[in-house]
Design a protein around this ligand. Sequence first.
Ligand code: C2E
Ligand code: MG
Ligand code: MG
Length: 724
Amino acid sequence: MKNIFGSSSLLDVYQSLFEQDDEISFAMDTKGKIQLMNKAAAQILGYTSAEFFHMDYKEVIPKEHIAAVQAHFRHVFKGNKSSFRMTFRNKEGDIIHLSVNAVPIYSEGRIHGAIGIGRVRTEEQYTSELLNGQNAILQMIAKGAPFRDVLRQIVETMEHISPGHPCSILLLDDEKKHLFHGAAPHLPDEYISFINGLAIGENQGSCGTAAFLKKPVIVTDIENDPRCVQHKDIALKYDLKACWSTPIFDDDQQVIGTFAMYYDRIAAPTKADKQIIQEATDLTSIAIQHYKAKEQIQKLAYHDHLTGLPNRRHFRQTLENAIALYPDHTHALFFLDLDRFKFVNDSFGHKTGDELLTMIVDRIQSCLGEHTLFSREGGDEFTIWVGQTSSKAAAEIAESILATFREPFSLHENDLFMTASIGISLYPQDGLQEQELFRKADIAMYEAKKHGRNTFQFYTNLLDRQSLKKLKMESELRSAIARNELTLVYQPIQHLCTGQVHGAEALIRWNSRLFGFVSPIEFIPLAEETGLIIPIGEWVIQTACQQFKTWQEQGLTLTCMSVNLSISQFYQPNLAGTIETILKETGVEPSQLTCEITESMTMDTDNAAAVLRRLKDIGVFISIDDFGTGYSSLSYLQKLPLDTLKIDQSFVRDIAVNESSEKIATTIILMAHHLGLHVVAEGVETEEQLAILKEYQCDAAQGYLLGRPVPPDEFFDQTTHISS
Ligand code: C2E
Ligand code: MG
Ligand code: MG
């Protein structure tokens, strides 16, 4: 006898197979008439096998679900397998939830019906499945599983609880404009790539629209829904006919992604579906926020907040790993310090300082290739690790970094010229351990600063000895005033018109018990660095004024005493007050004191102007020292209350041999006169130089030709000798 299995013997085989099963097993023909039901089914559903036989399954399904279940079976009868949920009314009239897996029955190449199994899902089972799934996911998160794995697990859990609905999670990007693929293990790849990067907005499929409207979008019929015009072809190609999308919110009610459930037929979500979607969006929200926070913490722990660069912790770890990984290569460690950055911070404020830092970081980053790690050590210090390199290649990188500083940085309409000093140590020749490499790169960096900044320097053994010397020097300098090791020498300043010495510049000397004579070029920067410049600077002004008074009392008629100010002294809040007190105590007229400052101190014109105005209020004169070597634009000359301009020795030196030096020097004289400034030439050593300066009507001059810096007594003798 023919039946849906082709023969009665096969039917028997199936029947006995079915009886082995504790779950519902069934077979039916293509008309939906039940052909076989096992005992378990009879028990669970309350009908006898005889009652089931030839019963139309639609009779025992709640009316509102018939269409949905029919659609599934139609799908099976077309040769597909199908997993779906359905509800069933038992003989007592109670609703039973089933998860069904069904496949077609073929015989002689034709489909004659379907067989399947149904698992009963009680309300509790359903809820407990959800709870278990939820627990498993939360545990994964707690254990730090990779983010993508967690998303995938969420989707798979929901698909398991609600078979037959492929799900997807899309994540909203930081700009909150596009959705990107998060997880969709059972959607076709082609569809996933089509959806990846979906813009959010109206009519952007159910997901893009849901993210845009910030509320669930239920598309029951992708084919005919206007919101899916762009996606329907590809969706239908893969039998995706309905899609229900829900936005995922964070704790601040901001959309951070979407969760979607697809269906292979036209349908709306049931209450159970809605519960699953709710659960999935909650879990996904927890996961996204957790991993975002983790990422943030990771970033905080390993990255510099301002620049986003790796911080020192991250840097040191990477460096150690790199050495361990490639112990036989040469690696280079750069220590980069911005020159005079403290000054920018002090005068322009930290906000501007921060802006400048990020601009600098961008520029440096642009010249770093692969195998490099760029990190902020702190403040204005940076480190760069160049893996697998050579000293030649490292030097080239250092040069290219310095080259990026040639153009000014535009900050709030100011053009700021910055420079950097770089120290380099090499693995393995300078050290095998991170600490040693750092120490040596640091020493080399200070050496670069000493060499006039804006340069780079490799570490050498010599430097190590020098840095020790520097430390000792610092400790000696601390007690130099108390031990009377500091003295002042005075260099005459001569009026070129009259030939008279009208002034003196006080220049400091240090005769150390340990180091002998130390040049101010060496110890003034050290004093700056250590803050010792404040007491030393005050001592200079005090001593010079006292000397001036003594000379006056001895009958020497000088009109001016020049003292040099350093930058931190200049920006010392009470500079004017200190000077005023010294003038009062020594009885020197304010107009007899000239303060020499350098161009670099006037970089921040507004602040410099404020300091200078206070000095002018007291009545002292202001002179710009080493003019022509600074970085500033000339406009500051008009804005600042200046009296004198000192042409730097470098121009004077070549004035008689080099035409361009002569042009520069003479142009400075002309310009200064136009601005009503007095001009002093520094470093005059030859008669020729002097003649040219006179020709161009330079007001005064200073230099070995006219008088070397000498101790006070000698100065007195010489000057009275010249004048007499
Ligand atoms: P500066 O203020 O430009 O001083 C002029 C420097 O040129 C002095 O060097 C002086 O000895 C030198 N000099 C003068 N005439 C000639 C010349 O004809 N030929 C050459 N080749 N050099 C000449 P010194 O005394 O070694 O001072 C160097 C720098 O140290 C000074 O440059 C100044 O910037 C700084 N300095 C000196 N004393 C003090 C001080 O008391 N306080 C501060 N903050 N800085 C000081
Ligand atoms: Mg000077
Ligand atoms: Mg000078």
